[in-house]
Design a protein around this ligand. Sequence first.
Ligand code: ADP
Ligand code: ZN
Length: 290
Amino acid sequence: MRLGALEAGGTKMVCAVGDEKGRIRERRVIPTRTPEETLPEMIGFYREQGVESLGIGCFGPINPVKGMKGYGFITSTPKLAWQNCDIAGAFERALGCPVGFDTDVNASLLGEITFGAARGLSDCIYVTVGTGIGVGVCAGGKLLHGVMHPEAGHILMRRRPGDSYPGKCPFHASCLEGLAAGPAIEERWGAKGAELKDRREVWDLEAYYLAQACVDFTYVYSPGRIILGGGVMHQEQLFPMIRRQYRELEAGYVKNSQTADLESYIVPASLGDDQGILGCLRLAWEAKEG
Ligand code: ADP
Ligand code: ZN
């Protein structure tokens, strides 16, 4: 089967062709400009390659709820040129094949469920900690949308006493993304995360917020595993720190076999940087097979 995959991001579009086994045959990266410029270039790639269906994991906010008015559109994104862009419809019309459409983080989660660290799990979440923080949720074997999609990167946080950093989110004074995404780390400490590896206090505070979020996600979504990916999570020392602080904050309230073993409950993403594009292949397969 020749399946198309598109990881649509605010700075780059990763276009690929592969199969249902997760083998990627071709890949082309196209810079994200305006829809008028970038859509035809991507459509040209999939036409050249000849795909039977396409799966899109898209930056948001988007409308991924099938059957709802506005399905397939990018909605109120700060990337103004892409606001109200019918991205799924544009590909469907141009390629004449089925198109699967979901958030970029749901696609990453689907990649991990199909090929990686969450293989076979029906309840799992994927948290990406990068330029922003996004959370993909799978509950009862289905990717969760609600009336739109969860925005769990913006959950409101209890600040660690003494933390007076104003936060980076223009909407919330103390949300997870505003306190713990890559740009917040950079502004708070005056250097990029990658340059702060040896500053223990940086990762101790980061782990405090991520652990707090993981505890809340345990309570709200009851996942069997929490996968943490994205650029910031390349700081591998964060994992033991998060697990330790999770244990403290959670205080033994939830007693199940998953949370008993935090080594296998809070885990790094497992597919290099390919979980997103592999999830898009799976979306394409699902769109075709119904
Ligand atoms: P995006 O979220 O834009 O798709 P990334 O997941 O790579 O891309 O996230 C970029 C953010 O992650 C930036 O704020 C960057 O400073 C931070 N980042 C990237 N690599 C590292 C690293 N090795 N250690 C800490 N922070 C990093
Ligand atoms: Zn926010």
